[in-house]
Design a protein around this ligand. Structure first.
Ligand code: FE2
Length: 388
C-alpha cells in the first residue's frame, strides 16, 4: 500500500493561526452543519440516542417559524441542525426529494461575515446569501453564504456580538430525554464527492475562492481495490482547522463507491463527516450499544499486520489490539504518530452520507493505509445492494 504523499511541510497545528494579512479568510472553525431531512423530530431523536448529542436549540411553529422547523443538537463543539419543511411550498422539499436526507450547509465561523462574502464572491464564488444581520434580545449575528459543490453551501457565521442560544429565532430546547454524550468533540474533516473529472476544478475553487491549500493527494493507483477506485485531494485552510477532502470516482472493473454515492444523491454532495474523540474505544462501544451500524470489521490478516505497520514508523499502540479488533476499529500510522478510525454505514436509506469516528494519536493523515481494507468492506456492502 502506497504511503500518503506529503505535499507541504507546513505546520498545520491548531495553535498556529495565520496572520490576517496572509489568510484573507480567517476561519475560526466549523460553526454548524445543517442537514435537510424528511422528519427533523425523528432525526434529532436518532442523533441524541445513537450518537450522544444533546438537545440544544429549536425553532418551529411555537417560536413563530411557519415554514420550517429546526432542531439543533450539540456535543462539545459539534452542532448539527436538522431542518424539515412544514408545507409543500417550501423549497427545502425539492432538496429532500432530489437528494434524500443530506448535508445542505457547512457553516464556518468567522470574525467578519460581510468581508468573507465580499472576498469569496470577488474571487468567483456564487452567492447563496448576501450578508444579513439577524437580531434578538441577545444581540446580533451576521451571516452570508456561497455555493460550493452541487447544491451544498458554505454559510459564514459572525457571532461575536451575540450571546443567545445558537442563532436569533431559536430558543433553548429543553427536553426530558437526555441520553449521555459519547465523547464526540469536534469535526475533524468533512468530505465532498464530486463528479467524474471535477476534482481538480474544486481543488482550484478552494484554492482561488477560499485561499485553501492542497495538503495531501491520493490517486487511483493508491486508492483502489480489485474492482473499484477513487481519487482524493485534501484541502486545508490556513490555520488547519478546516479540512475538506474532495473525492472523484475513477475507472475500475466495477462501479466506484463514489459513483454509487453520486447516483443515489443525484449529484455532488457531502459524503462523510469525521468527528473526533479522545477515547474511541468508549465512544464506539457506546455507539454500538445504542444501535449505530458500522462497516464490517476488517479480516484477521489486517489486525495481524497492524503491529508491524506501527513498528515501521516506531510507534507503539497504547490501546489493546484485541479490543480494537472486537470493535472493528482500524489503525493507520505515519511518521508523526498513528490514528484510530471507524466508519458507520450510511445513516439514511440511500447509500449516501455516513460518519467517521477518529482518534488522532499524533498522525495528521486520513488513514490511507486503511483505504484498501475500508473499500473492500464498502464493496461487500455495495454487492449486497446490487450497486457494485
Ligand atoms: Fe475521512
Amino acid at each position: 500500500m502506497a504511503e500518503e504523499r506529503k505535499l507541504k511541510s507546513v505546520d498545520y497545528g491548531l495553535e498556529k493561526i495565520f496572520a490576517g494579512a496572509q489568510d484573507f479568510l480567517p476561519l475560526l472553525g466549523t460553526d454548524y452543519v445543517e442537514l435537510y431531512v424528511g422528519n427533523a423530530k425523528q432525526a434529532a431523536h436518532f442523533y441524541k440516542t445513537a450518537f450522544g448529542f444533546q438537545s440544544y436549540a429549536y425553532k418551529g411553529l411555537e417560536t413563530g417559524s411557519r415554514d420550517e422547523v429546526s432542531y439543533v443538537v450539540k456535543q462539545d463543539k459539534i452542532c448539527l441542525v436538522l431542518t424539515t419543511p412544514l408545507s409543500s411550498k417550501s423549497p427545502i422539499n425539492e432538496h429532500i426529494a432530489k437528494h434524500g436526507d443530506g448535508v445542505k450547509v457547512i457553516a464556518l465561523w468567522v470574525d467578519d461575515a460581510k468581508s468573507a462574502w465580499e472576498e469569496t464572491t470577488k474571487r468567483g464564488a456564487k452567492s447563496y446569501m448576501e450578508p444579513t444581520v439577524e437580531k434578538d434580545e441577545h444581540g446580533e449575528v451576521v451571516r452570508s453564504g456561497i455555493y460550493t459543490y452541487g447544491e451544498t453551501v458554505h454559510i459564514f457565521v459572525e457571532r461575536k456580538n451575540y450571546d443567545g442560544v445558537f442563532l436569533p429565532g431559536f430558543v433553548e430546547w429543553k427536553s426530558e430525554y437526555n441520553p449521555d454524550n459519547l465523547g464526540l468533540k469536534y469535526i475533524d474533516h468533512m468530505v465532498g464527492n464530486v463528479g467524474w473529472g471535477e476534482m481538480n476544478d474544486w481543488v482550484k475553487w478552494y484554492e482561488d475562492v477560499m485561499g485553501f491549500e492542497n495538503f495531501l493527494s491520493f490517486d487511483d493507483k493508491q486508492i483502489h481495490t480489485e474492482y473499484s477506485a477513487l481519487m482524493s485531494k485534501v484541502m486545508s485552510n490556513g490555520n488547519g482547522r478546516i479540512k475538506f477532502p474532495i473525492n472523484e470516482p475513477a475507472e475500475g472493473k466495477k462501479k466506484s463507491q463514489i459513483e454509487e454515492y453520486l447516483d443515489f444523491y443525484e449529484g455532488p454532495g457531502c459524503q462523510h463527516i469525521a468527528v473526533a474523540t479522545d477515547d474511541i474505544i468508549a465512544t464506539v462501544k457506546g455507539m454500538r450499544a445504542r444501535g449505530v451500524e458500522f462497516l464490517t470489521t476488517p479480516p484477521d490478516t489486517y489486525y495481524n499486520a497492524a503491529p508491524q505497520r506501527l513498528a515501521e514508523h516506531n510507534h507503539e499502540l497504547a490501546e489493546d489490539l484485541a479490543t480494537l479488533k472486537s470493535l472493528g476499529i482500524m489503525i493507520d500510522a505515519d511518521e508523526e504518530g498513528y490514528l484510530l478510525q471507524i466508519f458507520t454505514r450510511p445513516v439514511e436509506d440511500r447509500p449516501t452520507l455516513f460518519f467517521e469516528i477518529i482518534q488522532r494519536m499524533g498522525a495528521r493523515g486520513f488513514g490511507a493505509g486503511n483505504f484498501k481494507a475500508l473499500f473492500e468492506s464498502i464493496e461487500r456492502e455495495q454487492e449486497l445492494r446490487g450497486t457494485l
